[in-house]
Write a protein that binds this ligand. Structure first.
Ligand SMILES: Cc1ncc(COP(=O)(O)O)c(C=O)c1O
Length: 364
């Protein structure tokens, strides 16, 4: 059996350190907003070269609180991709704003930068690019358009911790960058967690207040907030993994390179344009024979997953946006052809070879 991710193997390698850190938190009896969260925030801010980082309780809330703290709300439009996880768009709708989709680039699977400008209206408030599967979006073009029309940029970097574009970490380009520490993410906690990074002066303190019921200190509340705090246990675990994230990402890149060398004559492999550093949160191939490949893998005990089978503009929950089939043909085609294969730092080269061999037999 080869799973999509094997968190047990990773845990076996870091178990002693994790248990020591968890014990430290339990002994301290400080479980919410203590030293570990503070230290993790400082380290993540330094890692990204930004002024501040604020821990929250999920990637979804990172998006929610980033948009809210920047004042995105009722009547605003936010330009984003229809080919992403549902949470990207939920966060926009939660603010009372409207998601406006643009189609994707079929090679990168990220928002096609050439299509963004024509989606700008006088209601557009922000662009929300997603660094899908660990590949950065085209930040230069996105920032150019944002500057031209005076728009906010909120990056959904939930799948791309450590990925870089022209040497700069994703999440650090826009007004705010949002991360998820869902356990299977490339930097994953042992529960839910998320973070907002920002280089803006006062945004961090606003998010800190919002994540804690709008508190401005003690039981004084300056605004309506919510309960969305990263907890000490998760921060302690994440500190252990943060030390290793560059090695984890490098190992993912090595597995991806091996997959590429074995599969590129059969299927469309993920691309890494010059100047981009992909962290392969997912290794996602494209082939019209997707169902046959998935079936063959399943028969041999290999997992694979379709991320994502239905683009967001065709989801029932978003019917009221008024989009129809055919509106975003590249996203629709990608949804019919993509298949994500097992990838994680501890995956053996022999497993990659076995998986590639199974796929090759489908095509022979
Ligand atoms: C692109 C993207 N955005 C947002 C999220 C939401 O993160 P979380 O599950 O931590 O709320 C995820 C993760 O599932 C994601 O993949």
């Amino acid at each position: 059996m080869i799973p999509m991710v094997d968190l047990k193997r990773q845990y076996a390698e870091i178990k002693e350190e994790v248990l020591r850190e968890i014990d430290g938190v339990l002994e301290s009896s400080r479980y919410i907003l203590g030293r570990k969260v503070e230290e993790f925030e400082k380290r993540v801010a330094a890692y990204h070269g930004v002024k501040d980082a604020v821990g929250v309780n999920s990637g979804t809330d990172a998006l929610n609180l980033a948009l809210k703290s920047l004042g995105v709300g009722e009547g605003d439009e936010v330009i984003t991709t229809p080919f992403t996880f549902f949470a990207t768009v939920e966060a926009i709708i939660y603010q009372g704003a409207r998601p406006v989709f643009v189609d994707i680039d079929p090679l990168t699977l990220n928002m096609a930068p050439g299509l963004i400008e024509e989606a700008v209206t006088d209601r557009t408030r922000a662009i929300l690019p997603v660094h899908l599967f660990g590949l950065p979006a085209d930040m230069e073009q996105i920032l150019d358009i944002a500057n031209k029309y005076d728009l906010l940029v909120v990056e959904d970097a939930a799948q791309a911790f450590g990925a870089t574009y022209r040497g700069q970490k994703v999440g650090s380009f826009g007004d705010a960058g949002c991360f998820s520490f869902y356990p299977s993410k490339n930097l994953g906690a042992y529960g839910d967690g998320g973070m907002i990074v920002t280089d803006r002066d006062s945004l961090g303190s606003k998010v800190r207040s919002l994540r804690n019921h709008g508190s401005v200190g003690g039981y004084l509340h300056g605004r309506i907030g919510m309960n969305s705090r990263l907890d000490e246990l998760q921060a302690a675990v994440l500190l252990v993994k943060l030390k290793r994230i560059d090695i984890y990402n490098q190992k993912r890149r090595e597995k991806a390179a091996l997959y590429n060398s074995l599969l590129s004559d059969l299927v469309a492999c993920p691309v890494e344009p010059e100047g981009y550093l992909h962290v392969y949160h997912q290794y996602t191939i494209r082939t019209p024979l997707r169902e046959r490949v998935a079936e063959a893998l399943k028969k041999e005990g290999v997992s694979s997953v379709v991320y994502y089978p239905l683009p967001l503009h065709l989801q029932d929950a978003l019917k009221n946006l008024g989009y129809r089939e055919g509106d975003f043909p590249e996203a629709e085609k990608a949804a019919r052809e993509v298949l994500s294969l097992p990838i994680y730092p501890e995956l053996e080269d022999s497993d990659v070879e076995k998986i590639a061999g199974i796929i090759r037999r489908v095509f022979s």
